[in-house]
Design a protein around this ligand. Sequence first.
Ligand code: NAP
Length: 299
Amino acid sequence: MTARIIDGKAIAKTIETEVAQAIARLGFAPGLVAVRVGNDPASEVYVRSKAKKARELGLRGDELILPDSTSEADLLAHIDRLNRDDAVDGILVQLPLPPQIDPKKVIDSIDPAKDVDGFHPINVGKLHLGRPTLAPCTPAGIIRLIESTGVTIAGCNAVVIGRSDIVGKPMAALLLQANATVTIAHSRTRDLAAAVGGADIVVAAVGRPLLVTREMVKPGAIVIDVGMNRLEAGDAGRIAHDEEKSRLLAKNGTVLVGDVDFCRVREVAGWITPVPGGVGPMTIAMLMRNTVTAAEWRR
Ligand code: NAP
């Protein structure tokens, strides 16, 4: 059996179409402001692509770029201004922040009604209470990927590997809300293989290449790979069994892999997401969805 591929790019496109239609119904362009402090190259790419995607879909997408030396007080003052600006529906602050700024204080300062990343403690609380809220984008996107298989989540055994505040914990909360029986595995889990082996749905959000192997996965399971790991030439031996990734590594000197040994796990899984092209495209699409939802609720 070879797993069916869950095409995150195609599913993200359908969400983008829904977003564009929702904006047309609203009759005004919701405003998203992406805040970046400093010049972290990855953050630069993320913030630019979020604002650009917003504009493509008919939102007002702005970037607020502040110098690396920005004080915590200055950043909080900017957020206060955005909180009070009625034309702004969504605020996101790209992490990581420079060391002089406490990210918790910053997240806590965002108006929960404009917190389109879903990281504010009020929104986290609502998520865990099962109340309507702005849910974190990556796990919310993953629910859509799982739903796309047509498998009913209710009653499934689901394992989430990783317990970060941005992926693992909210993922577990959303799966529980969808009536799965949820196990959360982490670095102290004694027997990861046993936890994964009983799961109909596996979500790997760790940041360790090839952690989930073919031997662990129950035949027919849905496997969602959140991990984004960059391998270099010295890692060639680790992916020698994967022709496609080896070819890319030889060609580019570097290759992106997930937390799942894709080429082997796909031989037993029922459905699987590739890296890239699985979870990644969903995150930005769900951010746009959250911004429109925030605009609908707030106005
Ligand atoms: P994180 O904050 O570093 O959390 C990693 C989690 O994995 C922790 O809970 C850790 O356990 C657990 N862990 C570490 N080693 C483990 C092991 N051997 N067995 C089981 N669990 C283990 O990472 P994150 O922010 O959640 O991100 C995870 C991955 O997803 C990264 O590769 C990141 O780049 C990627 N990501 C992708 C997207 C996307 O849109 N595609 C979005 C976000 C993140 P402890 O809590 O015990 O330390």
